[in-house]
Design a protein around this ligand. Structure first.
Ligand SMILES: [Zn+2]
Length: 286
């Protein structure tokens, strides 16, 4: 392992989680209130945390939000890493690799497999040269989310054990397998995950990469615990920790001073995030 990989905050957080059999919340943030609330939650719960952004955040704020989050993470009294979720354009990856990310998801899953593997290997090397860890998606997770390319026109495919090997060969540090999970909202039946297929993926990974769960909107605590027991260590969340924040915004905007709206919004993020850190078992671990 390259030296920087032993000290990279993101990789350290995930190694500790896998060793300790708990899950670390990797929460998408859209603004500074959410970034601040997530960090406050981690500090309150004594939990590690991953703050992640969609490429949308780079498009809209240029590097401002990322730099602010990275500075706050560095000053926090618990380990916090900054990750870019679903970087699907090569131009964007090039831009992002010069921002203070600890990790970037190089998502070439909208390409055919050979192309996907070739491009993944190239961008993994580009990121690694800047001491940035990487994540990739073997197979194809269904659905799209906030500027992440919708794969509805493409066939979703479950990750196979062979693909796990092929992706590990590109040098990625973490894999987000497709095993019935879906981006965005699950239909009326709710999530239907294939844990048998997940176990084959995990055996194939055999501790060589960390495993990431994508698509958790609407998850019940029990299902989350089942996924962590099965071996995922990075838990991507979006609505799970932000629902109360949006509810507060919709019901209180225009009915209280803007300053109070912001402050109470931060508190909503803190409370719901602490709850999920307890569910995922990361609370009290640092
Ligand atoms: Zn995802």
């Amino acid at each position: 392992m390259a030296d920087w990989k032993t000290t990279n905050t993101h990789l350290r957080i995930l190694r500790d989680a896998e060793g300790g059999r708990y899950g670390v919340i990797a929460a998408i943030a859209y603004n500074i209130e959410q970034v601040h609330g997530l960090i406050k939650a981690a500090s309150t719960a004594r939990s590690p945390l991953i703050i992640q952004f969609f490429p949308w955040a780079i498009d809209v704020f240029d590097g401002l939000l990322i730099r602010a989050a990275a500075a706050a993470a560095k000053n926090a009294d618990v380990p916090i890493s900054i990750h870019l979720d679903h970087a699907q354009s090569e131009d964007l990856i090039r831009r992002a690799a010069d921002l203070p990310f600890d990790s970037i998801m190089v998502d070439m899953s909208h390409n055919e497999k050979e192309e996907n593997l070739r491009k993944t290997a190239h961008w993994v090397q580009h990121c690694n040269e800047r001491q940035i860890a990487t994540e990739a998606e073997p197979g194809r997770i269904e659905g799209g989310e906030d500027g992440v390319m919708d794969t509805a026109g493409l066939e979703a495919c479950m990750t196979t054990p062979e693909e796990v090997d092929e992706f590990i060969a590109t040098g990625v540090d973490a894999l987000a397998p497709a095993f019935g999970n879906v981006h965005g909202e699950y239909g009326p039946q709710g999530p239907r995950l294939d844990f048998g297929s997940f176990q084959n993926i995990r055996s194939s990974a055999n501790g060589r990469v960390r495993l990431v769960l994508h698509g958790t909107n609407g998850f019940e605590p029990e299902l989350m615990k089942q996924c962590i027991a099965a071996g995922v260590s990075k838990i991507n969340v979006n609505r799970l920790v932000l629902d109360d924040y949006y509810e507060h915004l919709y019901t209180s905007a225009g009915k209280m001073p803007h300053t109070k709206l912001i402050e109470e919004g931060i508190d909503k993020v803190v409370q719901l995030t602490v709850k999920w850190m307890e569910i995922c078992g990361s609370a009290g671990k640092v």
